[in-house]
Design a protein around this ligand. Structure first.
Ligand SMILES: [Zn+2]
Ligand SMILES: [Zn+2]
Length: 170
């Protein structure tokens, strides 16, 4: 997803946190990064080592940091395609909340958090695949064989899956 404008914050980063932004949870997310639920590691994605951040069931791929609410707002001002997605996803989230009821207006219920997490992942992969195919390559099996001389041979079996997609029309 690219509009041609240069962005300090890549569209991918915006896609990964979009629904949290719409739900006004970015500041809450930053608070979560202060505690022990915040886990980072690296995965090989598309042949490159990519930072992965996991917080409370949310998984963010390729983010160097969790962007602030202000950084995301600036991106939407600069990026018409992302702004269109923002408008559309805002409507989707509003509909989801209406369906889940108005009883928990202050605190989003657990089901909503789960739905947002699932939507975020789906959206991020849709945005990534809308302009280019993304190949996820991951080592599946590692076997170490030790022969009679004690020499070790490590065999890695890799599988890769390619995702392509178009933006869904809501
Ligand atoms: Zn963008
Ligand atoms: Zn853009």
């Amino acid at each position: 997803m690219s509009c041609g404008n240069p962005h300090d914050l890549p569209c991918n980063d915006v896609a990964q946190v979009l629904l949290l932004f719409i739900d006004n949870e970015i500041n809450a997310l930053h608070e979560l990064t202060q505690n022990s639920d915040f886990v980072t590691h690296e995965e090989i994605i598309d042949g490159a080592l990519v930072p992965v951040i996991e917080i409370n069931g949310f998984v963010f791929q390729g983010l160097s940091h969790i962007p602030t609410h202000a950084e995301i707002e600036i991106h939407f001002e600069q990026c018409p395609p992302c702004h269109d997605i923002l408008d559309r996803e805002s409507a989707v989230l509003t509909a989801m909340k209406a369906r889940l009821g108005q009883s928990c207006r202050e605190e989003a219920p657990a089901e909503l958090q789960a739905l947002i997490a699932a939507q975020t992942q789906a959206l991020a992969s849709q945005m990534a695949s809308s302009t280019t195919s993304v190949q996820f390559s991951r080592t599946e099996i590692t076997t170490t064989i030790i022969d009679e001389n004690g020499a070790q041979t490590t065999i890695e079996i890799q599988s890769s899956t390619e995702f392509r997609g178009e933006f869904p029309s809501f």
